[in-house]
Design a binder for this molecule. Structure first.
Ligand code: GUN
Length: 278
């Protein structure tokens, strides 16, 4: 039986630690404010934004929400960001993705003051991560590093395989594992003989966006498996990129979906908000 890596419990623990830090800061007269911008009403984005606001309330961070109509222009959005960049009472700015097609996402991200970019998507923060300097780290991969650390899973010297190469998860994940001295491979949809590559992994991180794609043939016995995917199956139940029932018996540790990586993303967003005032 594999150890179940309880992201919900670890996220709650981190949020308790942050609550304490926020309270110490408040006693010193420091308030933290996160501005959350959502354009349109994509149902998944609505859920994420609501959860982010709730987490802010829970740990004592003030949140300002901007719900803009789907037809908002790029110019209007950029103007709002500029205004928030200039406000000394706003410490973090988060633009929920995806944005409607008339808006250039890359352009919008570059407009955010890198010191308020709590998502860690601005090129300045991406560059800092690439070169091992201080900056905001994207929340999902940062959360996965915490899951590994707090579950006692050693990265140094281990074979780490990341499946998926997105800017938000795969690429920063690989950099963080490398920083902790993992031996890192990034596999993707064009990788030849993917099973042979993933079977090398002591730590297998899956962010492919395909429900239950990773079955036990992809997994080395005794590996730790981290599932970033989240999907609804035919029965409207949540599942990940990993076929949990099939893989769980062969691995050493595994994250469930829901309750694995998901809650960690929010905890690390809150962590970045606290860091924005330090
Ligand atoms: N959409 C899906 N994941 C994320 C995220 O981590 N940050 C933002 N801003 N949008 C997202």
């Amino acid at each position: 039986m594999a150890v179940l890596i309880d992201g919900k419990a670890i996220s709650a623990q981190i949020q308790e630690e942050l609550k304490e830090k926020v309270s110490v800061l408040r006693n010193k007269g420091v308030e933290i404010t996160l501005a959350v911008i959502q354009v349109g009403s994509d149902p998944a984005s609505c859920v994420y934004v609501r959860n982010k606001k709730r987490a802010c309330e829970n740990i004592g961070i003030r949140s300002l929400t901007y719900e803009l109509p789907v037809e908002t222009t790029e110019k209007q959005l950029l103007k709002l960001i500029e205004e928030l960049n200039g406000r000394t009472d706003v410490n973090g700015i988060l633009v929920q993705l995806p944005l409607p097609e008339q808006i250039d996402e890359a352009m919008v991200i570059q407009k955010i003051d890198p010191q308020k970019d709590v998502d860690g998507f601005h090129l300045r923060n991406v560059g800092a991560l690439c070169s091992g300097q201080n900056g905001f780290v994207p929340c999902t991969p940062a959360g996965i590093m915490q899951l590994l650390k707090r579950s006692g899973i050693e990265v140094a010297g281990k074979e780490c395989v990341v499946v998926g190469r997105s800017n938000i998860v795969g690429k920063p994940m690989a950099l963080l594992l490398l920083q902790e001295n993992g031996t890192v491979t990034v596999a993707h949809s064009k990788t030849e003989d993917l099973k042979a590559v993933t079977r090398r992994a002591d730590i297998l991180i899956v962010a492919v966006g395909k429900p239950k794609m990773i079955t036990r043939e992809y997994v080395k016995e005794g590996a730790a498996v981290i599932d970033v995917g989240i999907h609804r199956n035919e029965q409207n139940k949540l599942c990940g990129d990993v076929d949990f029932a099939d893989v769980e018996p062969v691995c050493k540790a595994i994250t469930p979906v829901p309750g694995g990586v998901g809650p960690m993303t929010i905890a690390m967003l809150m962590n970045n908000c606290v860091e924005s005032v330090l």
